[in-house]
Design a protein around this ligand. Structure first.
Ligand code: SAJ
Length: 406
């Protein structure tokens, strides 16, 4: 049996995938309310195909509880926040979860850490705590790092098809865990050491962050001299060895906007391109806010309450608002003390922002100027409703004439 600890954005799909592929699974989370929701047969966030997979896993016998189980294999998928000041990863939740496992597990159990951590974290911070807890209980455990790589919005497909990395202290443990993931993963599964696995995960997200920062910097250069950044990137990408990503209103989520900071925090002075890239991405919501003020001035508009931000989530077609560029923009705008912008997102039903509207038509009726912060399918399918509005399109998705870009 596998006990999956932490039933959030990664732990839950992983637990469901294992269960629906013949592995006996118990999912554990310390959040009793979340566990009750799952026990009541409801999923806790929106993701393509998740409800169907949930039903399959329930039929296969998955159970949810707040209790840690006694078994030989654990998957730990808990948050790894970072300290915004030091830029270092906080392994506190991982350490706490592993220590709790040690209280209930048999000798020689394997604990797979899926949470993203900076290179060396398991050796420096987790292993000493594990050793101390093991010494108290007289047990040994095997630590493994198997960072997840799935992209929100296409998680279930990627769980099956992405390649994976398993970092282990010895080949035998790595191969055993590889077999567990191979129950559902059709990609190649590479077995390596723990620190290499830690580093590869952070480097993958850093590669994407730096590439997005490059696109954002190009957008700023092109704005300065009135060039079309999208056309330029499109043509550059026709070169066989160039693949520039898309500029946007900022980089959100709990991965690409966070993980590269671990390298800046751990290797200050060495991670210079990464540091500048992260600052460029973090500056994009303010850049968009300035564009809003610029366009309002050009149009002779003064009333900010007639301006609306479309989209609150960190990216399209997900309900996750962590590190959302829209929320960052609203924070900045609040400091300007003027009455706030309207905001709407079809995926966000609870009130998380001032002046939030919950219906697309009501939102559009209440504003003259719409800023497309997130490219949800909903707005792509309703572009005609933007006719006659001033539009600042942060993703180059609006085909209407006279649209502004970042
Ligand atoms: N973004 C841009 N321009 C782009 C692409 C993205 O501005 O061209 C923005 C998005 O709008 C969003 C942010 O970047 O705000 C991040 O979105 P994303 O779709 O690039 O990535 P995440 O954070 O949803 O998922 C990433 C993925 N990592 C890589 O592609 C290398 C995923 O595979 C990881 O599993 C995930 O991080 C994670 O959990 O670490």
């Amino acid at each position: 049996m596998v006990n999956v600890i932490g039933l959030g954005y990664i732990g839950l799909p992983t637990a469901l995938m294992l269960a629906s592929h013949g592995v006996e699974v118990v999912g554990t989370d310390y959040n009793a309310q979340l566990v009750e929701t799952l026990q009541a047969g409801k999923t806790t966030f929106e993701e393509k195909g998740l409800d169907e997979l949930f039903q399959q896993a329930l039929s296969a016998g998955i159970r949810f509880t707040t209790e840690y189980q006694t078994t030989d294999t654990y998957i730990v998928s808990v948050p790894t926040p970072y300290d915004k000041f030091s830029k270092k990863v906080d392994p506190g939740y991982v350490v706490a979860a592993v220590k709790q496992v040690i209280q209930v597990c048999p000798d020689s159990a394997t604990v797979v850490i899926e949470s993203t951590v900076s290179p060396g974290t398991i050796e420096k911070y987790v292993r000493p705590e594990v050793k101390a807890a093991c010494a108290e209980t007289g047990k040994e455990i095997r630590l493994v790092h198997a960072p997840e790589r799935i992209i929100p919005g296409n998680m279930l497909f990627e769980l099956i098809h992405n390649n994976r990395t398993i970092g282990a202290d010895d080949r035998e443990t790595g191969e055993a865990i590889k077999q567990m993931y191979a129950s559902f993963c059709e990609g190649e599964i590479v077995v390596t050491d723990i620190q290499t696995a830690e580093m590869t995960k952070v480097v993958e997200n850093t590669f994407r962050a730096v590439n997005i920062a490059f696109a954002n910097e190009l957008a700023k250069i092109c704005r300065y001299d009135n060039m079309d950044v999208y056309e330029i990137i499109r043509i550059c990408n026709m070169h066989p060895r160039v693949n520039i990503l898309n500029p946007g209103p900022g980089v959100g989520g709990h991965c690409i906007s966070v993980d590269p900071w671990f390298l800046v925090g751990d290797y200050p002075g060495l991670a210079r391109v990464i540091d500048e890239s992260m600052k460029t991405n973090d500056g994009m919501p303010d850049f968009v806010l300035n564009r809003i003020y610029e366009i309002m001035q050009e149009k002779g508009m003064t009333d900010l309450t007639r301006v609306g931000l479309y989209g609150l989530t960190y990216k399209e077609n997900v309900d996750d608002c962590r590190e959302s560029p829209t929320l960052q923009l609203l924070e900045s705008q609040k400091r300007h003390l003027a009455p706030g912008l309207k905001v709407y997102d079809p995926f966000v039903r609870s009130d998380i922002a001032e002046n939030q509207v919950h219906d697309l038509d009501e939102f559009l009726d209440s504003v003259d100027f719409v800023v497309l912060m997130v490219k949800h399918d909903e707005i792509k399918e309703n572009m005609n409703k933007l006719a006659g509005k001033i539009v600042l399109d942060c993703h180059n998705i609006c085909p209407l004439p006279g649209v502004y870009h970042i």
